[in-house]
Design a protein around this ligand. Structure first.
Ligand code: 6PG
Length: 228
């Protein structure tokens, strides 16, 4: 469910503010548990957020950063989220954080999914993106794995076939796994995605708008961060 909505006049202010709130959440988790786990999404939206977060001074050596989802490609592939995070977030102050990838080319898709599922620990903070088709993570409308990825008995990590380019198999954390995070931030921009979001707020129809599953889940604490 939506527990807060943060609306900004510019994406730069949004990125700075989201970075500060994420850093504060990690500091709180470290104070409480001695460590913190952050899962982030890929795409184009998070770059400014990653840059701002990488400048935050905190005990990054106690933070493990993982991926909400990734494409099953080599880590040097331009579409790799591991590459995106390595180049934009695991730098500066955040260089000392531990990174946990999802896909290992040497293991292949299924064994990587099994390994990642076994290594999955409850995240403190999850940052979700939003696609123009209402997808989040790699939970796509029309994907054969969507129902599995949102089912109560879903594994923490599953393989999923996208319905948008690049059409490569992905690994994604499942909805129930992501929903158990202490804080879930939905980070998106633009009028088109705002319309998708407003529709998802009103209509709980995960089969056509997967993000609505999170917005209407009683135990998933979603805070939205939007800028024009
Ligand atoms: C990804 C994520 C995807 C992303 C949205 C938004 O790795 O790309 O799976 O859910 O968060 O597609 O992407 P943009 O920020 O590029 O619009």
């Amino acid at each position: 469910m939506i527990i807060a909505e943060h609306l900004y006049t510019s994406s730069d202010v949004q990125a700075q503010r989201l970075a500060w709130i994420t850093a504060k959440s990690l500091v709180d988790a470290i104070a409480a548990n001695g460590q913190a786990r952050l899962l982030v999404s890929g795409g184009s939206t998070p770059k400014a957020f990653f840059a701002a977060l990488s400048k935050e001074a905190l005990a990054w050596e106690r933070v493990t950063i993982g991926l909400v989802d990734d494409r099953c490609v080599e880590s040097f592939d331009p579409s790799s989220n591991a590459k995106l995070v390595g180049e934009n977030l695991l730098v500066g102050e955040a260089f000392g954080a531990t990174f946990q990838p999802l896909f290992d080319p040497e293991l292949g898709v299924e064994k990587s999914a099994q390994w990642a599922a076994g290594a999955a620990l409850r995240p403190d903070v999850v940052v979700l993106g939003l696609g123009g088709d209402g997808h989040t993570a790699s939970l796509f409308p029309g994907s054969p794995q969507l129902e599995q990825g949102l089912s109560a008995d879903a594994a923490p990590v599953i393989a999923a076939e996208p319905t948008m380019e690049p059409m490569v198999t992905r690994l994604t954390h499942s909805g129930p796994f992501l929903a158990q995070a202490s804080r879930v931030f939905l980070h998106f921009e633009g009028a088109g995605k705002r319309e998708v979001y407003e529709d998802a707020r009103l209509r709980d129809q995960p089969s056509t708008t997967p993000i609505s599953w999170f917005l209407h889940h009683p135990d998933c604490p979603v805070e939205t961060f939007w800028a024009p």
